[in-house]
Design a protein around this ligand. Structure first.
Ligand SMILES: Nc1ncnc2c1ncn2[C@@H]1O[C@H](COP(=O)(O)OP(=O)(O)OP(=O)(O)O)[C@@H](O)[C@H]1O
Ligand SMILES: [Mg+2]
Length: 277
């Protein structure tokens, strides 16, 4: 009995855990691609974790497994110490692609998750309006996605997820399609949100500067079949600003260290000329 209580409490100290995750895709009837090999890590409540790895190594596959969009061939995903078997609204997901519906205006796009949850029209519009204002999009409530800039649409994607009040937020290269200035503004926006709501965030990127700017901890994935190669704690002070932080000696130092580690994996995939690194 005592041992059981001990085990339960050990698991529960993590918000999210991956135990021995391995996954392959069938490329054809005879050939299979091994994408993930024995991935293990834990995520603490309120932590901002970045996962970084070379292009095509399996980052999105891993996030899809973590949100149960894909069932892994092997291994277990735990949320609050309990096996996660189904898709849940406890997890919010922001992807690289636009998720706004072109025929809905901003307020109705932001409120869509609340509508699915059965929240009444008045209440969901009130909540959406508040989030829109806090995201600096006041005045655009009636605008349609094609009337908004890429950066504004991305903010809308994020508040659409915040509206359902998830416990944990997954982001899969959300800013990679944006220009460098807009990307920096969005990084500051995420830093502000995290500072305010302090939810667990797992953020995938292949931009090392972005990972160091945002995260408390970075996990580096190897080339395919991907496994976790290294772990780095980012002890830069908070609150952070994406512009100022780049000039901190500590930032330059850790950037150099991780880059040396990462470039070995990029060399394996032959993506060395990718500017995002
Ligand atoms: N549904 C699928 N069926 C077959 N192969 C797949 C499938 N999804 C992904 N793959 C393959 O798995 C590998 C990993 O893909 P994944 O999209 O997870 O990588 P990634 O690290 O997210 O890449 P990127 O940096 O381009 O976003 C790739 O070789 C890809 O072609
Ligand atoms: Mg991907």
């Amino acid at each position: 009995m005592f041992i059981l209580i001990m085990l339960a409490s050990t698991n529960e100290k993590y918000k999210f855990s991956l135990n021995n995750i391995s996954h392959s895709f069938n490329a054809s009837q005879v050939e299979s691609i091994e994408v993930l090999r024995n991935i293990n890590f834990n995520v603490y409540e309120h932590e901002f974790l970045a996962l970084i790895g070379p292009s095509g190594c399996g980052k999105s596959t891993l996030l899809n497994i973590m949100s149960r969009l894909i069932t892994p061939n092997y291994g277990e995903v735990l949320l609050d110490g309990r096996p996660l078997r189904y898709i849940t609204t406890k997890i919010g997901y922001v992807s690289q692609a636009d998720s706004l519906l072109p025929w809905r205006n901003l307020i109705d796009n932001v409120a869509i998750g609340l509508e699915i949850k059965g929240v009444g029209k008045r209440e969901r519009r009130k909540k959406a309006k508040e989030l829109i204002a806090r995201a600096g999009l006041e005045g655009f409530e009636k605008s349609y996605p094609n009337e908004l800039s890429g950066g504004m649409r991305k903010r809308a994607d994020i508040i659409k997820v915040l509206a359902i009040d998830p416990e944990i937020i997954f982001m899969d290269e959300p800013f990679s399609a944006l220009d460098v200035f807009t990307r920096q503004m969005l990084q500051d926006y995420i830093l502000d949100i995290w500072q305010e709501i302090h939810k667990t965030i797992i953020f995938i990127t292949h931009d090392l500067t972005e990972a160091i700017t945002l995260a408390d901890r970075i996990l580096l994935m190897t080339a395919r079949p991907a496994t976790i190669k290294s772990e780095y704690n980012i002890n830069l002070p908070r609150p952070r600003s994406s512009f100022d932080i780049m000039f901190e000696p500590q930032f330059i130092e850790i950037h150099k260290t991780i880059w040396n580690d990462l470039k070995e994996e990029i060399a394996i995939t032959g993506e060395g000329d990718n500017q995002n690194f």
